[in-house]
Design a protein around this ligand. Structure first.
Ligand SMILES: Nc1ncnc2c1ncn2[C@@H]1O[C@H](COP(=O)(O)OP(=O)(O)OP(=O)(O)O)[C@@H](O)[C@H]1O
Ligand SMILES: [Mg+2]
Length: 260
């Protein structure tokens, strides 16, 4: 479904390589975890798949094939046919994902190209149900708020509800449980599990090994812009091959033990 081959990302100004020869694939219905330390290139890789990197700032090499189509060659005016509809990304920073000067209801109507009262009423009903699923029962309040009036965790959940409403074939979820409380994390993971059972493919970017173990069929470990290890989640976590993965797994186990 998605095949990334030898993807490299370099800054045009400083010629710094941020992502180096990254290759992985996601099959239909599969959940791939992208894990690794801060700054290792997880978000850059995700943004590149969505074609969210400004070509004036970054040089891209390699290939991102989506159902046989080369995403890196898709023209800008054709991207709307893919983004959101086929591949959707829930970004790491929800604060910058919404237009600051428009109430959320208004920007959702624009985003979903809603026309007329009937479409709007129907959409609001679906939205209310999707928001309730991620622990946001007061849809009216959300619709009538500006982004700065809501917390990062709430915006994150609004983003998740919108993504679910779009029914994409692949969801890239970038650290979506980091900014929320434990009850919301539980609900969000349940929603992602429902999507997984419904056959939606996902790339789950996370620092949290518990999240990866629960959701991901396979994991790829990134370090300094490269994938250093990849395999079935259980195998990578129980018998890591790379020293760095071993350290990560050990640190995670020690952390869990201390919590207990
Ligand atoms: N707009 C940018 N311009 C130049 N360098 C950038 C830009 N955005 C990110 N970087 C650099 O690219 C590298 C990879 O960043 P990226 O955001 O992909 O890391 P990450 O793995 O997602 O980290 P985190 O877990 O903290 O989210 C880092 O060295 C970062 O400083
Ligand atoms: Mg990131």
């Amino acid at each position: 479904m998605l095949t990334v081959t030898n993807l490299s990302i370099r800054t045009k100004q400083t010629k710094e390589t941020l992502v180096r020869s990254v290759s992985f694939s996601v099959k239909s219905g599969e959940v791939l975890g992208l894990i690794g330390e801060s700054g290792s290139g997880k978000s850059m890789t995700s943004k590149c798949i969505m074609r969210l990197l400004n070509p004036r700032l970054f040089d891209l090499h390699g290939s991102v094939q989506w159902n046989g189509k080369e995403m890196l060659a898709v023209k800008l005016n054709e991207l709307d046919g893919y983004r959101g509809k086929q591949i959707s990304m829930i970004p790491q920073n929800p604060m910058t994902a919404f237009a600051p000067m428009l109430k959320l209801g208004k920007q959702m109507e624009l985003g979903f190209s809603l026309k007329g009262c009937r479409e709007r009423t129907q959409f609001r009903g679906q939205l209310a149900a999707a928001l309730a699923d991620v622990n946001l029962p007061d849809a009216e309040k959300i619709i009538n708020s500006y982004p700065h009036e809501l917390s990062g965790g709430t915006l994150q959940r609004v983003m998740i509800a919108l993504t679910i409403l779009q029914r994409p074939e692949l969801i890239i979820a970038d650290e979506i449980t980091t900014a929320v409380d434990a009850a919301s994390e539980y609900l969000i993971l349940n929603e992602l599990e429902k999507l997984r059972r419904a056959g939606v493919s996902m790339i789950v970017v996370t620092h949290d090994f518990g999240v990866a173990a629960r959701l991901c069929d396979r994991v790829a470990v990134m370090k300094d812009g490269e994938i250093i290890e990849e395999g079935k989640t259980r195998e990578v976590f129980s018998a890591p091959q790379h020293e760095y993965t071993r350290q990560l797994v050990q640190a995670s186990v020690l952390f869990q033990e201390e919590l207990c």
